[in-house]
Design a protein around this ligand. Sequence first.
Ligand code: SAM
Length: 250
Amino acid sequence: MTTHDTPSPASASMALDIIGTIESCYPDKFGIPRQPGLAPSATAVLRLKAPFDHPDCVRGLEQFSHLWISFIFHQSPERWTPLVRPPRLGGNARVGVFASRSTHRPNRLGLSLVELAGIEYDPAPTLLLRGHDLVDATPVVDIKPYLPWADSVENASAGFAPEPPPQLDVRLSDDCQRTLSERPDGASLGALIRQVLSQDPRPAYRRDKRDDRGYGVRLHDLDVRFHVETDNHGHGHESVIVVDSLVPRT
Ligand code: SAM
């Protein structure tokens, strides 16, 4: 995909260059938190591709702690609808696609604020990212440094999503803890598992009732198997995510 000729204002569309690709701790979409920052331990590598991989392109970027990543929802269909059903509203109520952060949208463009954990040169620069919400192989079309004084607005109103989604408690089985204790990355992986599962990745319609199913979320090289235990008491119910086992992916 290349664009070099600036299109006339009349032309209805433009092509974009892919400047790099994400290598993510999330092999699948299922289980990825709905926004960046919800799982701060999520890691990714952004590999830039020629001609955008010249070290000059990122000169000075290391001075910034956070970046805006503009990317393509490449696993979403091109078709879109004017109204979408945000999971935050239980999948029932509908809002305008431009009033949402839906993955099904015109141009399939996504925007995520991520932490820049470092830059490695071999000699092309590779960006080390944390706290992202991107599936493996996501194509990136731009990178911008985050400017808190310009990019964050105190007391801004955020409609139907005024605060982060509610979190559930996560309990790791003895088997799961044993597996983690045998891994050099056990501590960071344990933190990632808790952060991701506390978002309750199950579909919204499965949440408000007894659910005896087993689930699996793939993180790094593992299939994280879990189920949900729900305690019903006088004034409602409380759900806890129980991680049963960590199965190496084949
Ligand atoms: N922060 C971005 C935004 O606001 O534009 C993304 C928000 S979107 C709700 C986050 C979800 O996008 C993730 O939970 C994951 O399921 C999905 N996702 C991540 N990378 C994707 C990709 N390359 N193609 C399609 N869906 C993707």
